[in-house]
Design a protein around this ligand. Sequence first.
Ligand code: HPA
Length: 250
Amino acid sequence: MNAGDPPVLALIGGTGLYQLAGLDDISEQRMDTPWGKPSDLVVTGQLHGRRLAFLARHGNKHSIAPHQINYRANLHALKELGANRVIGINAVGGIRDDMGPRVLVVPDQIIDYTHGRITSFCDGGDVAVRHIDFSEPYSASMRNDLLDACRSAKVDVVDGGCYGATQGPRLETRAEITRMKRDGCDLVGMTGMPEAALARELDLDYACLSLVANWAAGCGDESEISLEEIFANLEQATAQIPAILEALLA
Ligand code: HPA
């Protein structure tokens, strides 16, 4: 195992996760792709004897809003490094009763409410348009490995749920969440799309680990959602990630 080996896994860190603790033999790369620059330096390093890549989706100072993220460059950069398996870690609001603050969820479906984002690598020119099958938006094998890792690390996780992707950066109104609930959404987040679709276009094995930061608007018993609460809950949820990774890489 050396620094030139391709990463066996890449993680895209969301709100509250800007670096990965415990990485050895680190190299940081400022990458440029045909689609532009990724959100930040891509960090590769060794964890439990395996090479891992890490990228902070919003940049390490959380300066890139969900609608401004260059999702294409982020995924292309990870693929270029040789990572074929990717876990997107996303902070979300919980809609379903069993998805309250600090709960971890590996969703299995998506409804996309975002708009105005670049959603495909199909970009004109001579390249034929590819209509990917997206019936199951996440990789079954990546999801199963992630769920197995949570179980062997004794980390509670909910298997399945529908991720509703909203435009942000504002949080939703109660009426919007009521509509999303009616539509069948269990979680709401701002960055799950187009990331998952672009990952499929690149044939990456991609799954999402959702960390519930707060009850979505009008859910639970909260009247107002505070940023302090979001970050405190995310800190607790994020604290479980090292154990999950240890089990995943074992
Ligand atoms: N809505 C959308 N995205 C989020 C939320 C929310 O309530 N919490 C964390 N990310």
